[in-house]
Write a protein that binds this ligand. Structure first.
Ligand code: RP5
Length: 161
């Protein structure tokens, strides 16, 4: 049973969203990936958002660019936590359109918005949410953070032997 649903508005978002998929694979978390467009397949979006928790998903990562309505609309439809990835898409002016569309949600309907094209962090955040109730994922997260630390210390040593 997939734990994290990763959806995006278009196949053109996939090269960015792949970073979330890869990160969750590193944490050995099962994912389910699909294209769900708020504007082009609104009925599919409705079904996805209303049924995600009944299908066993625990967290949803939603990415979109330009007039990026998918993450917010999914958050409106699901009781699950939604992580939004603003994508700098071909129809995006400068990325701010995607960021603000996903970030500026009204009270009551949060979307945890990561940086522009920040799908890697979306994957990590989803793993951290699952880690609060899964000791094995939590331990992998501890190791991951240790790895980050070691990398910086090693780089520092190389510059200052
Ligand atoms: C958004 O429009 C999608 O999420 C994508 O980022 C952008 C462009 O879509 P395509 O025209 O490439 O399909 O809804």
């Amino acid at each position: 049973m997939a734990k994290v649903g990763i959806i995006m508005g278009s196949e053109s978002d996939l090269p960015i969203m792949q970073e979330a998929i890869d990160m969750l694979r590193d944490f050995e978390i099962e994912t389910e990936v699909d294209i769900v467009s708020a504007h082009r397949t609104p009925e599919k979006m409705m079904n996805y958002g209303t049924q995600a928790h009944q299908r066993g998903l625990k967290v949803i990562i939603a990415g979109a660019g330009g007039a990026a309505h998918l993450p917010g609309m999914i958050a409106a439809l699901t009781p699950l936590p939604v992580i939004g990835v603003p994508v700098k898409s071909n129809n995006s002016i400068d990325g701010w359109d995607s960021i603000l569309s996903i970030l500026q949600m009204p009270g009551g309907v949060p979307v945890a918005t990561v940086a522009l094209n920040g799908a890697k962090n979306a994957g990590i955040l989803a793993a951290q949410i699952l880690g609060t109730s899964n000791p094995s994922v939590l331990e992998k997260m501890v190791q991951y953070k240790e790895g980050l630390k070691t990398k910086v210390i090693d780089s520092s040593k190389k510059l200052n032997p």
